[in-house]
Design a binder for this molecule. Structure first.
Ligand code: GDP
Ligand code: IMO
Ligand code: MG
Length: 423
C-alpha cells in the first residue's frame, strides 16, 4: 500500500546497494528512480560480490519485481553488459525486470560531450564518472532527449540522427576534441535491439495499480543528498534529484504514498570526484580509513576522499528527505584508529554556524569537532547490538541525540549477513 524510499545522505557510496538487497524480502517491487550508470551499488553474499549500475539491487531475489523508473537515464551498452553478467548467474532475471518507457537514453555522443566538457573545464572539472549523465539530463530538460519508448517508434532512426546532428555541432565547439563515432555506434545500436526485446512498460500506471492492489514498493536512490542537483554542493553535483522528492518525479508516485524514508550514511564521510568536503582528512588517519574501508569507486575505481562524520551536513540531508530511520554503515572501518572526531558546527566567516552555508567552499569553512573515544573491538564479527562496545554505543547515542532520528540498522561489514537491527 505504500512506498518506502531508501537513499544516501552524503556524497554517494554509503552502501545503498547492500541495504536494498537486505530489505528486498519485505517488498514486492524494487525501483530505481534517478541517476544511471554513474551509480555503482555493491552487494555481497555467499562469498560473491556483485556491482550493479542501472539495475535495481533487488534483482537477486527471485520473487520480487525490479523496475527501472522514468527518472533513470540508461546507457543501453552498459545495461546489456550488466544483464549479460547477471543472466550467467540468474538465468530468469529478465522475467523480473521492467523498464519505463519514459526513461531517457544515453547516446554515445552524450558520453563524448561529457568528456569534452570535463576536459574543457580543466582544474574546475566536476570529476564526472564520464558516463554521459550531465548531457543526457540536459537534453531531457532541454526537451531534446530520446526516451526508451522512442525505440518502438518507426521514426526512431530519424530522431536519433536529429539529436546526433545537434551533438556534433556542440562537439565542434570543443577545439582539439577528437572522436570517432563510427566506432561507437554499431555496439550502441546492437544494444538498442536488445533493449527492444525487454519488458518496456508504462511504469507510472504499473506502480499505481500495484499500490492499489496492496503491494509494497521500495524506491532505491542513487548517489547521495549532497550530490543532488538542487541541494548538493553545486556545481560539484550530479544532474538529478537524488533526494526523496526525486522518487515522486522519477516514478510518478504521489508524495502521500511515501511512508518510511531510510537514510543511509557512513560512520565517516567519503567523496569521489571534485568539490568541497569540509571534514576531509589529509593525514594518515584518512589513509587508514581509505585502506580499511576499501574506499575505491565501484564504477570508476578512483580512490575516494575520506573524512570525519559531518553532522550539520547530515542534519540538512535528514531535513531535505524527511528521513524517518537512519542506517549507519561501515563503523567497523573505524575500529582501532583511536579517538574519533565528529563535526558538530562550522566556523564560517568568523561566525559559528550549524547549517550548510550557501557557499560551501573549503577555504571559507572550518569544521568544529567534538572528540570522542573510539573502539578497538572488531565489529565485523558481531551479530547483535548486545555485543557492541560501550564506546560504540556512545558514538551511536551521540549522533542520535544531535540529529533527533533513530539509527535502526547498523552495518558491520559488506556481506548481507553483517547487518544488525537495533531494538
Ligand atoms: P552504494 O553506491 O551506496 O551502493 O555503495 P558502494 O557499493 O558504492 O560502496 C559501498 C562499499 O562499502 C561497497 O564496497 C560495499 O561492499 C562496502 N560496504 C557496505 N557496507 C559495509 C560495512 O558495513 N562495512 C564495510 N567494511 N564495508 C561495507
Ligand atoms: P552511487 O549511486 C559517488 C559523483 C562523481 C562526480 C559527480 C558528478 O554509487 O552512490 P556524474 O557522473 O553524475 O556527472 O558525476 O557525482 N558521483 C558519484 N559519487 N557515488 C555515486 O553513485 C556517484 N555518481 C556520481 O564522482 O563527483
Ligand atoms: Mg556506489
Amino acid at each position: 500500500m505504500a512506498v518506502d524510499v531508501l537513499l544516501g545522505l552524503q556524497w554517494g557510496d554509503e552502501g545503498k546497494g547492500k541495504i536494498v538487497d537486505v530489505l528486498t524480502k519485505e517488498y514486492d517491487i524494487i525501483a530505481r528512480f534517478q541517476g544511471g550508470p554513474n551509480a555503482g551499488h555493491t552487494l555481497e553474499f555467499e562469498g560473491k560480490k556483485h556491482v550493479l549500475h542501472t539495475i535495481p539491487s533487488g534483482v537477486f531475489h527471485r520473487d520480487v519485481l525490479n523496475v527501472v523508473g522514468n527518472g533513470v537515464v540508461i546507457d543501453p551498452v552498459i545495461f546489456k553488459g550488466e544483464l549479460d553478467k547477471l543472466i550467467a548467474q540468474e538465468p530468469d532475471v529478465l522475467k523480473r525486470l521492467k523498464i519505463s518507457r519514459k526513461a531517457h537514453l544515453i547516446l554515445p555522443t552524450h558520453r563524448l560531450l561529457d568528456a569534452a566538457s570535463e576536459s574543457a573545464k580543466g582544474k574546475k572539472k566536476i570529476g564526472s564518472t564520464l558516463k554521459g549523465i550531465g548531457p543526457t539530463y540536459m537534453d531531457k530538460t532541454g526537451r531534446n532527449g530520446l526516451r526508451v519508448g522512442d525505440i518502438q517508434l518507426d521514426n526512431f532512426l530519424e530522431l536519433y540522427d536529429q539529436l546526433v546532428t545537434k551533438h556534433k555541432q556542440l562537439l565542434s565547439g570543443y577545439a582539439g576534441f577528437e572522436y570517432n563515432l563510427d566506432e561507437l555506434e554499431p555496439t550502441w545500436f546492437a544494444a538498442i535491439e536488445y533493449l527492444r526485446s525487454l519488458d518496456i512498460i508504462d511504469s507510472e500506471p504499473y506502480f499505481h495499480t500495484n499500490l492499489a492492489a496492496g503491494k509494497t514498493i521500495l524506491a532505491e536512490g542513487a548517489q547521495g543528498t549532497l550530490l543532488d542537483i538542487d541541494f548538493g554542493s553545486y556545481p560539484f553535483v550530479t544532474s538529478s534529484n537524488t533526494t526523496c522528492a526525486g522518487a515522486c518525479t522519477g516514478m510518478g508516485i504521489a508524495p502521500n504514498t511515501i511512508k518510511n524514508v531510510y537514510g543511509i550514511f557512513k560512520a565517516y564521510c567519503t567523496r569521489v570526484g571534485s568539490g568541497p568536503f569540509p571534514t576531509e582528512l589529509f593525514d594518515t588517519t584518512g589513509e587508514t580509513i581509505q585502506a580499511n574501508g576499501r574506499e575505491f569507486g565501484a564504477t570508476t575505481g578512483r580512490p575516494r576522499r575520506c573524512g570525519w562524520l559531518d553532522l550539520p551536513a547530515l542534519k540538512y540531508a535528514i531535513n531535505i528527505n524527511g528521513v524517518t530511520e537512519l542506517m549507519m554503515m561501515k563503523a567497523d572501518v573505524l575500529s582501532g584508529i583511536g579517538n574519533l572526531k565528529i563535526c558538530t558546527a562550522y566556523k564560517y566567516n568568523g561566525e559559528i554556524i550549524d547549517h550548510l552555508p550557501y557557499k560551501l567552499q573549503d577555504d571559507l569553512i572550518e569544521p568544529i569537532f567534538t572528540e570522542v573515544p573510539g573502539w578497538d573491538e572488531d565489529l565485523m564479527q558481531m551479530t547483535s547490538e548486545d555485543e557492541f562496545p560501550e564506546t560504540f554505543n556512545s558514538y551511536i547515542a551521540f549522533i542520535e541525540k544531535e540529529v533527533g532520528v533513530p539509527i535502526t540498522l547498523v552495518s558491520v561489514g559488506p556481506d548481507r549477513a553483517q547487518t544488525i537491527l537495533r531494538k
